[in-house]
Design a protein around this ligand. Structure first.
Ligand code: PLP
Length: 358
């Protein structure tokens, strides 16, 4: 293979510079790295689901508007009547669709930092500029800095994860409302962890035309289905919807998610257990010498280790078969690791391994 032209020369320079989103090999590990729900379905639920799938016509395209599933989501999630819904192949796809809708030379995405990494990555994919505004030392929003960046950059999109990943806290409603009122562009409140926080900005949608509230089924036990959804003003959602590929939500996901939401009480009960275990996880971590675990309203806990230890502790845990996330980087996350709230057995295994490693 020896052409005259280098095919890679056509790739946009900012894409050449990117490192692909890396997912480690997870086979055989106790998985506490990706905020998955540790539970599978009760046997009777699983067989009811399988018989629902049996009636499907996979030779046909899915319902492009996912009418049945949308109406279920409205009913279960309390979406205001005057708002429209948009479904995505995970909320990642929704982030991408919004960015595509507003992208252009010199247009900015703004988000507090540290926060969910896809906000920045998708800015790069869509040719937008990205600015991160550091959180305060206690992980609260630096409202003065946000205000200044909003004035200087005139951002098209602001992402606020509520609760925030990876810090686990919820920002104050007043701060969020201030930002929505200051913002010239769209403000996306990303409620991926809503079932664990039991807080939401959904009820503010009718008051703000520039607010979009986004959620996902990934963290409540359905990560494999890939379903995110977003509610917002009808005319704004209609514009974003033009960019959606016609059949982005496949038939299996539509049927399975509808079935799961019909049985939402099963998932709510699991979220209750996870919240309860989260409290004990934080206590156990804070009982260890040199460890500071931060309060969390999500299904993970961020904790700080003694200086310069995260690499060693992460590897030790790996050798013990436990995969968590090493977030340590200069700045607010120096010496920080993040662990998902798993099953009771997973949690014991993690705590034992960490104690030994320390
Ligand atoms: C995990 C996560 C998501 C991912 O959502 P998918 O629906 O799985 O694409 C979105 N936002 C935040 C803040 C997350 O932590």
């Amino acid at each position: 293979m020896n052409g005259r032209f280098d095919p890679l020369a056509w790739v946009r320079p900012e894409i050449r510079r990117l490192k692909a989103y890396a997912v480690p090999d997870r086979e055989g590990f106790t998985l506490l790295d990706a905020m998955e729900n540790p539970y599978s379905w009760p046997a009777d639920l699983e067989s009811a689901w399988l018989s629902r799938l049996k009636g499907m016509s996979l030779n046909r395209y899915p319902d492009p508007q996912a009418v049945a599933l949308k109406s279920r989501i409205r009913q279960v999630m309390g979406v205001p009547k005057d708002c429209k819904l948009l479904l995505g192949n995970g909320s990642d796809e929704l982030i991408q669709l919004m960015a595509m809708a507003v992208a252009g030379e010199g247009r900015y995405v703004l988000a507090p930092e540290p926060s969910f990494v896809m906000y920045q990555m998708i800015s790069v994919y869509t040719g937008m500029s990205y600015a991160g505004v550091p959180l305060n030392q206690d992980f609260s929003l630096d409202l003065a800095a946000m205000r200044e960046q909003i004035e200087v950059l005139n951002p098209a999109l602001i992402f606020l994860a509520y609760p925030n990943n990876p810090t686990g806290n919820c920002w104050s409603r007043e701060d969020i409302e201030t930002i929505i009122e200051l913002a010239p562009g769209w403000v996306v409140v990303d409620e991926a962890y809503a079932p664990f926080a039991q807080k939401s900005m959904m009820d503010s949608l009718s008051r703000y035309r520039n607010l979009l509230v986004m959620r996902t089924l990934s963290k409540v036990g359905l990560a494999g289905l890939r379903l995110g959804y977003m509610a917002g003003a009808a005319d704004v959602i209609a514009e974003i919807d033009k960019l959606r590929l016609p059949y982005n939500i496949n038939s299996m996901t539509q049927v399975s998610a509808d079935f799961a939401l019909e049985n939402i009480e099963v998932f709510d009960a699991q979220a209750d257990e996870i919240r309860e275990r989260r409290g004990r996880l934080i206590e156990s971590l804070n009982g260890m010498d040199g460890i500071t675990a931060y309060p969390s309203e999500a299904n993970f806990v961020l904790f700080r280790t003694p200086e310069g230890q995260t690499g060693r502790l992460f590897s030790s845990l790996l050798s013990a078969g436990v995969l968590i996330k090493n977030l340590s980087a200069p700045g607010l996350l120096a010496d920080c690791l993040r662990v998902t709230v798993g099953s009771e057995a997973d949690q014991q295994k993690f705590l034992t391994a960490l104690k030994q490693a320390l």
